[in-house]
Design a protein around this ligand. Structure first.
Ligand SMILES: Nc1ncnc2c1ncn2[C@@H]1O[C@H](COP(=O)(O)OP(=O)(O)OP(=O)(O)O)[C@@H](O)[C@H]1O
Ligand SMILES: [Mg+2]
Length: 222
């Protein structure tokens, strides 16, 4: 049988609150193939970000598991395997924009590691494509949140990860910046990355190969 790039099996996750426990994921199943772009919708608080944290290995399920290419993950995998763009972005504040985007490439060990010229060219191509090419030498705190969001996307995709998980990638963008972001997400999928996007944005859902909706701790097709 075909092994998906990403396979979430029977994920359960419960959070404790003073008012009582909330079971956010209740046996959730998700399979995403290499080259497939899947969008996840669902009301605020339905568990989209909680799901991405589990898929990216930043959180552990109470039961169930996440398989990447059929292998179980223990903790967060390296960026060239699974890149995550969280809602809070997570840029390294002490590095410039260009250094942030180059980071996954510089951290890559062994054969797949590009040389300095290839890294520079990949960083410029991504930043220019997202309309933030002139900001490469600035630090994240010198950027608007929408600019930071595009830089964080450039960093997430720079190492051509096998899996890309992005949380509300258009939430802080003006309408003019959205097409470049959507184009980049589509291109990643076309280059073979399995892409999962949590979003409230109808424009993002339109570029999906498949849409799913989070409801009652499970995913339903749309
Ligand atoms: N670390 C945590 N500790 C306790 N509760 C949490 C934690 N993370 C998430 N939750 C709870 O899990 C539920 C799902 O939260 P989550 O952030 O996944 O929602 P979401 O679908 O991403 O919402 P939004 O669309 O607003 O981003 C919420 O009820 C939230 O309070
Ligand atoms: Mg969220």
């Amino acid at each position: 049988m075909n092994v998906p790039a990403l396979h979430a099996k029977a994920l359960r996750r419960r959070f404790s609150h003073p008012g009582g426990d909330v079971e956010v994921l209740r046996g959730l199943e998700l399979r995403v193939e290499a080259g497939e772009l899947v969008t996840v919708s669902g009301r605020s608080g339905s568990g989209k970000s909680a799901l991405l944290a589990l898929l990216g290995g930043f959180d552990s399920p109470d039961s169930g598991c996440v398989l990447l290419d059929g292998e179980s993950i223990a903790g967060a995998p390296p960026w060239h395997t699974c890149a995550v763009l969280p809602q809070a972005l997570g840029l390294a504040l002490e590095l410039t924009v260009g250094e942030n985007v180059a980071l996954p490439l510089r951290l890559r060990a062994g054969e797949g590691r590009p040389g300095p010229a290839a890294i520079r060219s990949r960083v410029s191509e991504l930043l220019d494509g997202l309309g933030v090419g002139t900001l490469a030498d600035r630090y994240p705190h010198e950027l608007s949140f929408g600019q930071q969001q595009r830089v964080a996307l450039a960093r997430a995709v720079s190492g051509r990860p096998k899996i890309l998980l992005t949380d509300e990638p258009t939430a802080h963008l003006d309408a003019g910046s959205v097409p470049a972001v959507l184009g980049l997400l589509r291109r990643c999928a076309e280059e073979g990355t399995a892409v999962v996007v949590a979003t409230h944005d109808e424009e993002v859902h339109r570029i999906a190969d498949r849409r799913v909706r989070m409801a009652d701790g499970l995913l339903a097709g749309i």
